[in-house]
Design a protein around this ligand. Structure first.
Ligand SMILES: [Zn+2]
Length: 403
């Protein structure tokens, strides 16, 4: 579809939604109803035991004046979901997982007119949710630069509740007061599915920039070429960074790293010992170590190794450990002090990063980065178990669940 056709389609949808409002003259309903029929029930993939989703069906509740009913159109499978699916580390079972979902607004309470960035919001708009601030529902993105997800809740990682529609692995989700929600109708579906993981990298790059070491002509190492590392490379590329070396042990992923903007790749399987590996990274930059490095794996050994790739006075952003992956052994003298490395840690994102992410995804598409190819598998909701098993086997890159 051309951009023009897309805009026309959106306008049509919005108009259809408005028509729905005007024909609804009962006056009793708190919300505006969509033109299309909304079923009485919604399926959810309920994780009822470790490695076991059960498809259950629940009534769609009344939508209050401050609530939104969203029809799921796709949702990525995250490493966090895989951990919860396999081991229940968050002790959430029974739970409806899925936090990387976009969807379409099908019903909206009369008090909801704008998204968390101040954009108008209505039926037919495509939205994503970010964090939920129950105690402070008036929070907007502009006074929230510093608060990351650690202080908030997220749909798809909530205990089961009375209406059960609080995760994206479902046909419908109820977005209630205090949630942050963004109108992302201008992005295509695959881009919308990638918003949440991409925001993690936008945040990491913002953290990296605080070191003042990351520059246009920096030599940058990205270690780990799963979805996170590949998105990191894509972001660096859209920023105009021209010397990016990707490090991974999987040749296929390294090939993809090049499509995302890596200028060189190093397969650690081909180099025995850290000296040889560091030498290969140095060679990839024409005889220089990296100015800056992003560590995107969950491996403590990879954390220890990455210091060896960085020049004196260089910088490092560690973002691979979303959850506890164990202790890493480094030599504080050689790795940190003597080299005067500036190290920043990064964890999830802020609301502001979400807004930046929308711009990044649009720009990445404009310059032809094949982000859509990151989504290698799509499974229907009914096959949620297979989707998660595929993620655990590390087949493919990003796995998505679709209705
Ligand atoms: Zn995620």
């Amino acid at each position: 579809m051309t951009d023009q056709a897309k805009i026309e389609a959106i306008v049509k949808e919005v108009l259809a939604g408005m028509k729905g409002t005007h024909t609804c003259t009962c006056g009793k309903s708190a919300g505006k109803a969509a033109g299309g029929a909304i079923p009485k029930t919604s399926r959810v993939a309920m994780l009822t035991a470790k490695e076991h989703f059960e498809i259950q069906e629940y009534p769609i509740p009344e939508i209050g004046d401050d609530d939104i009913l969203v029809k799921m159109e796709g949702c990525g499978v995250c490493g966090t979901d895989a951990h919860e699916f396999k081991r229940d580390p968050f002790e959430l079972i029974p739970v409806v997982l899925g936090h990387e979902g976009p969807g379409e607004i099908v019903k909206i309470g009369k008090n909801v007119t704008k998204d968390s960035a101040g954009k108008p919001l209505g039926i037919g708009d495509k939205v994503v949710t970010c964090m939920i601030f129950k105690d402070n529902p008036d929070i907007t993105m502009f006074d929230l630069n510093k608060q990351n997800v650690g202080g908030a809740d997220v749909y798809g990682l909530l205990p089961d509740d009375d209406n059960h529609l609080n995760g994206w692995y479902a046909d419908y989700i109820v977005v209630s007061k205090g949630s942050t929600v963004f109108n992302v109708s201008n992005l295509d579906l695959d881009s919308r599915i990638l918003i949440e993981p991409a925001a993690v990298l936008i945040h990491a790059v913002e953290r990296a920039k605080t070191t003042d070491i990351l520059r246009f002509n920096s030599r940058v190492v990205v270690q780990g070429c799963g979805p996170i590392g590949l998105l990191c490379i894509a972001i660096l590329k859209t920023m105009g960074i021209l010397n990016i070396t990707a490090v991974d042990g999987n040749e296929k992923r390294l090939e993809f790293a090049k499509k995302m903007g890596a200028t060189a790749t190093v397969n650690f399987m081909n180099h025995k010992g850290i000296e040889a590996l560091a030498g290969a990274v140095k060679d990839s930059f024409g005889g220089y170590f990296a100015d800056f490095a992003f560590q995107c794996t969950g491996s403590p050994v990879a954390h220890a190794n990455i210091y060896k790739f960085i020049r004196n006075g260089g910088g490092l952003c560690e973002l691979g450990f979303f959850i506890n992956g164990g202790d890493a052994t480094i030599n504080p003298h050689f790795d940190l002090c003597a080299k005067e490395i500036t190290l920043v840690g990064s964890w999830v994102y802020t609301l502001r990063d979400y807004a930046t992410t929308f711009d990044f995804l649009a720009r990445a598409k404009e310059i032809g980065l094949p982000l859509d190819q990151l989504i290698t598998h799509k499974f229907h909701l009914a096959d949620a178990n297979e989707a998660l098993q595929t993620n655990l086997r590390q087949d493919g890159l990003k796995i998505a669940i679709i209705p």
